[in-house]
Design a binder for this molecule. Structure first.
Ligand SMILES: *[C@@H]1O[C@H](CO)[C@@H](O)[C@H](O)[C@H]1NC(C)=O
Ligand SMILES: *[C@@H]1O[C@H](CO)[C@@H](O)[C@H](O)[C@H]1NC(C)=O
Ligand SMILES: *[C@@H]1O[C@H](CO)[C@@H](O)[C@H](O)[C@H]1NC(C)=O
Length: 437
């Protein structure tokens, strides 16, 4: 009897042990012991700004993103580097509680620097094993000395947003500077974008005029506009153009190339398409009601297209539509151009230079320039201009053309019934609409 009992007990133990190990039915081991006080975390200063000077170098870091599309790398840091001062760099990570060892960085200067001393630069990094990286920075030597002097960049795009939070179209406006105060055109353009299916407009702001500031604050409160503060003039002498001899400075056009690339990566996980154009350009489908229908019709015919090139056509702002039908009294005190009054379109000089802007699929793009994508994984497709083009109300480009040689184009008027009240509402919210007393 005694022996049998012993055997039964031992058997029970063995069977119990078997079940516990095989089916893992006990709570995780860490819960067994009473919690020990956690060791103090190393100091970590996270950068709160969009331009972060990199200690011991002449360079600046902008943002870092998860990007596993290039073999052997996990992270892409977008930066502004001084081109004549490129030295080896080392990536270091903050791994949810400790600093990682360093890995060597691969520094890729963008080719479209236009000869300026500083240029857009990508730095590719590999995350070492056993590191759940949340932040990254760069060091000038492989050993982690003075790490606490560094401002760390949070690593973005670690998660894909849920389906409900996905956007179809994001417009990137590369730079706002000076006392730009073209409020009416801005409000009309943003409302046109909404009617066409754009979900988000990202704007990089160095400075702007007082009324435009009010309008943009209203739009960003409601979430349609995402303002990224871009105080590039605090760090560099940004050029106002792209010709280094004419428009002197450190960096092409307020860092336009940098912000366009940043915007593509910022939008990569959350937006199906990204539009790269200026605020005075409205993308306009001529045979479809909005961008969703247009792209749904193009995409199946042109699979694997990273870059859709769209022609930009000038509507000279010096010619007005004669009836004055849209010269509305409530807009009389709003500064800026009224796009509904400009209906004469220049045909571009096809023998010379066609101005293109792009719709891209951000996941297929590595590096972009202003008028074309530089490095991509897919193909390029030129969208026929009778299907879709940019309406660009601007100073005349082909100054020799007479009014009779321009084409009447009232496509914007097709939207006026919704557009005008929507613009009024936006201006009213910003306190900019003239009220009748
Ligand atoms: C580390 O910081 C100290 C004091 O700020 C400085 O003297 C030293 O040069 C720094 N070392 C490196 C490698 O940057
Ligand atoms: C995106 O487009 C689809 C149709 O193509 C539409 O059903 C969906 O609501 C749109 N999403 C947003 C956020 O606009
Ligand atoms: C744009 O930047 C200027 C200069 O920093 C600032 O005064 C203004 O409030 C900003 N406007 C918006 C809408 O972010």
């Amino acid at each position: 009897m005694e022996k049998g009992k012993y055997r039964a007990v031992i058997l029970l133990f063995i069977v119990g042990y078997f079940f516990i190990t095989v089916f893992n039915i006990l709570p995780p081991k860490t819960n067994w012991v009473s919690p020990k006080p956690k060791p103090a975390l190393p100091p970590l200063l996270t950068s709160q700004q969009s331009i972060t000077p990199l200690p011991n170098t002449k360079h600046f870091l902008v943002s870092s993103f998860m990007d596993r599309r290039v073999e052997g790398f996990d992270i892409r840091i977008i930066g502004i580097f001084r081109r004549d001062s490129i030295h080896p760099l080392h990536c270091i990570f903050f791994c949810a509680g400790f600093y990682s060892e360093t890995t060597s960085a691969s520094v890729l200067l963008h080719s479209d620097h236009y000869g300026f001393p500083f240029g857009a630069t990508d730095v590719l990094c590999r995350i070492p094993e056993n590191c759940d990286a949340t932040h990254v920075t760069l060091l000038t030597q492989p050993s982690p000395v003075n790490v606490s002097d560094h401002l760390w960049l949070p690593i973005r795009n670690k998660k894909t947003p849920s389906k409900e939070n996905r956007l179809n179209f994001t417009v990137c406006i590369s730079n706002l500077y000076g006392d730009y105060n073209n409020v009416l055109q801005f409000a009309q353009t943003l409302e046109m974008y909404k009617l066409l299916g754009v979900n988000r407009v990202v704007i990089y702001n160095t400075s702007c005029g007082p009324e435009l500031d009010r309008l943009l604050k209203i739009y960003s409160q409601e979430g349609f506009v995402e303002m990224v503060q871009w105080p590039i003039d605090k760090y560099l002498n940004p050029s106002r153009g792209w010709r280094v001899r004419v428009h002197k400075g450190d960096l092409q056009y307020f860092g336009q190339i940098v912000t366009l690339n940043e915007c593509i990566y910022r939008s990569m996980e959350r937006s199906r398409y990204v539009l790269l154009n200026d605020i005075d350009e409205i993308i306009m489908p001529y045979k479809h009601d909005n961008l969703n229908v247009l792209m749904d019709s193009l995409q199946p015919l042109h699979s694997n297209v990273a870059e859709f090139l769209i022609e930009s056509h000038i509507f000279p702002k010096k010619y007005f539509e004669p009836s004055g039908r849209f010269h509305l009294p409530q807009w009389s005190n709003v500064p800026g151009i009224n796009i509904l009054e400009h209906i004469y379109r220049e045909d571009p000089d096809r023998k010379k230079f066609l101005h293109y802007k792009m719709i891209v699929q951000p996941k297929l793009v590595q590096q972009t320039s202003v008028h074309e994508v530089l490095k991509k994984y897919g193909k390029r497709y030129k969208v026929p201009w009778d299907l879709c083009r940019f309406i660009h109300v601007h100073v005349a480009r082909r100054t020799s053309l007479k009014l009779e040689e321009l084409n009447e184009d009232k496509r914007l008027w097709d939207f006026q019934e919704k557009l005008i009240p929507n613009v009024d509402k936006a201006l009213e919210r910003a306190g900019l609409l003239a009220t009748e007393d």
